[in-house]
Design a binder for this molecule. Structure first.
Ligand SMILES: Nc1ncnc2c1ncn2[C@@H]1O[C@H](COP(=O)(O)OP(=O)(O)OP(=O)(O)O)[C@@H](O)[C@H]1O
Ligand SMILES: Cc1cn([C@H]2C[C@H](O)[C@@H](COP(=O)(O)O)O2)c(=O)[nH]c1=O
Length: 278
């Protein structure tokens, strides 16, 4: 038998820990007097193997091995949601704890105001709605940090880059003004820009229903994203989103695995803290 690769080794260790946990739970039920000894032994085994199980039952590595913050960006209908779901599924299936988030998160009180605005059910002043989008990210920061610390990789459908690209596509909005409210957010370890011609994106499912879904506006949004991608403090990767779904997924997975490996021993950064200093 050949040597096990690092990931296969980790899988093996996780299986052993599962088995040991099961055995000791059974033993605990039988030998009540030795309960504390069994618990201590279990903790030792998990600590030794550097793994723990989160509340939703996923295995993850302990302190020092944080999850990665991975963001997918692009114009409307570029395929972000499709690819976020596929990536999370693939990571989970390979034993890497991962969860999806999306912005705007329309479930919160702030998110509901944004949702009504996007669906043209209400009107909001342009600066106000920009700040609401940003507040909708800040309200999720404690949860995001907690999950990353637990070793869970977060795959995020849009982030502050959409915030800046969409608002600055409106007349009278400077890029740096738009960036300011999001300075200091958790900095993504990787931002993948799904590159697709806005004209092609407009041909995909149900385009045109929400406020920003006009080809003219999306073309300006695309230009603003291109300006943001010049910032070398952010790890941007451009993905050809005109390929079929499986090939886009392959590209995204390769970049993500690389970012996950690199991020696990690095501290989480702060977005745009350096970029806007001068
Ligand atoms: N690579 C692809 N090729 C063709 N169609 C695709 C591809 N990826 C996604 N689609 C289709 O395009 C539509 C939009 O996909 P999806 O919702 O993933 O995009 P999105 O970028 O999240 O959109 P939005 O930002 O507008 O919510 C869906 O009907 C989806 O099935
Ligand atoms: C995060 C964010 C998004 N937007 C825009 C971009 C889209 O047109 C919608 C969200 O649509 P989705 O289908 O829910 O992805 O909102 C924005 O203007 N500002 C932001 O910060």
């Amino acid at each position: 038998m050949g040597w096990l690769k690092r990931d296969e080794m980790k899988q093996e260790v996780r299986h052993c820990v599962s088995l040991l946990t099961f055995c000791f739970r059974k033993r605990r039920q039988m030998v009540i007097g030795h309960r504390s000894v069994s618990r201590a032994w279990l903790q030792f085994v998990r600590g030794f193997c550097n793994v723990h199980r989160s509340t939703d039952g996923q295995w993850s590595e302990m302190a020092g091995k944080r999850g990665a913050l991975i963001v997918l960006e692009g114009v409307d209908r570029a395929g972000k949601t499709t690819q976020c779901s596929k990536l999370v599924q693939a990571l989970q299936q390979s034993g890497r704890p991962a969860e999806m988030m999306r912005f705007p998160d329309r479930t919160t009180t702030i998110g509901q105001l944004i949702g009504a605005y996007l669906e043209n059910k209400s009107d909001l002043e342009d600066h106000t709605v920009h700040l609401l989008f940003s507040a909708n990210r800040w309200e999720m920061v404690p949860l995001m940090k907690k999950k990353l610390e637990q070793g869970i990789t977060l795959v995020v459908d849009r982030y502050a880059f959409s915030g800046v690209a969409f608002t600055s596509a409106k007349p009278g909005f400077r890029l740096d003004w738009c960036m300011q409210p999001d300075v200091g957010l958790p900095k993504p370890d990787l931002v993948m820009f799904l590159q697709l011609n806005p004209a092609e994106a407009a041909l995909r499912g149900q385009f045109g229903q929400e406020r920003y879904e006009t080809s003219v506006f999306q073309r300006t949004v695309q230009q603003r994203f291109e300006q943001l991608m010049k910032d070398q403090t952010v790890n941007w990767q451009v993905i050809d989103a005109a390929q079929n779904i499986e090939n886009v997924h392959k590209d995204i997975t390769a970049h993500s695995l690389n970012a996950i490996n690199k991020a696990q021993n690095l501290p989480l950064g702060e977005l745009w803290s350096e970029t806007l200093k001068n």
